[in-house]
Design a protein around this ligand. Sequence first.
Ligand SMILES: *Cc1c(COP(=O)(O)O)cnc(C)c1O
Length: 387
Amino acid sequence: MSFLVKNYNRKKIAFNKGKGSFLISTKGQKYLDFVQGIAVNSLGHADPRLIKALKNQSKKIWHVSNAFTIPEGEKLAKKIVQKTFADFVMFQNSGAEATEAAIKVARRYFYSIGKPKKNRVLCIKNSFHGRTIAAIYASGSKKMTEGFGPKINGFDHFDFGDHKSLKKLISKNTAAVMIETIMGEGGIKVIPDWCLKGLRKLCDQKKVLLILDEVQCGVGRSGDFFAFEKSKVKPDIVPIAKGIGGGFPIGAVLMNKKVASGMVAGTHGSTFGGNPLAMQIGNTVFDIVSKKSFLDNVKKKSKYFLKKLNKVKNEYPNIIEEVRGRGFLIGLKLRKDQSSFIKKLMDNKLLTIRAADNVVRILPPLNVKKSELDLALKIIKKVCFEY
Ligand SMILES: *Cc1c(COP(=O)(O)O)cnc(C)c1O
């Protein structure tokens, strides 16, 4: 009997040990973990550098209030600003908090320049920005919002790829367009670079802010530190989370100087966000993952893996319709419902996770070994053969 609320459809399996790309179940069985907490454990399980950071910091100081200066957070923010588009950073604890704070930043900016009515946010229908009450209405999914009314006003939605409706829906009251650079939960749908460029131009013309939700696709997952970098587009606000803590809950909102000017003292806060323990771990993850050589390695290995996956697709076109994604944010779109395929992969000791659109999501740690990618390919081929 479980006394946990039944809001998850949990598998029976549990794990009590992890090392790198592998997990050991409580029954002693070894699994190749290509879920990694849904793109969270950037460096796999039990990375010695992260263990050291956690241990050292835990002996010094865990938590102090944001009423005081937190040097570990100052340090991480400075590094992020030096390496990215951002001029300022605001730390949170999770993805949903980061996306909601991003919305607050956008609205507050227009309020601060005397345009309080410019407050609507335009999103892609059936996207994913988290599960808090405003984030579910931002996502515009019937399933996620069902039973949680009254509806939170202030969001408009266009269909993925429907440029006409996107243009039509931008009004004088639109504050921001918020999209995921690569839609994760929605089925690993990559927004093409030319679309991002067009969107930036459109936002500039209409004086609308661009929020790119990189909670899942950011922090090295795509092979670049941010998935939008390849397009050369500069967003105004970027929420991140998942990968930046390497398994420790951290979220952040990155923003340019212009929009940060609205966030004066008292406009936002978080008790836990940016505490010393989280920040020390964040610093360690960032130092590793933001290195060019590390990202080059993600690019190289993921290119190899995607090429091989496409070969499997070509061998089994009746099972796999498409290989989607970039870097180590990968989706196999199947011809039909993916649940039995995921179960068979698991029976063969490979863990993957679903996404919308019949997609099997594959999320190796960013420091995965080539031999582990080969092992996954072998299992995927075997399951296709027996399917
Ligand atoms: C996971 C996710 C979120 C929500 O993050 P939580 O930490 O679960 O609140 C928001 N946006 C995107 C794109 C995500 O993938």
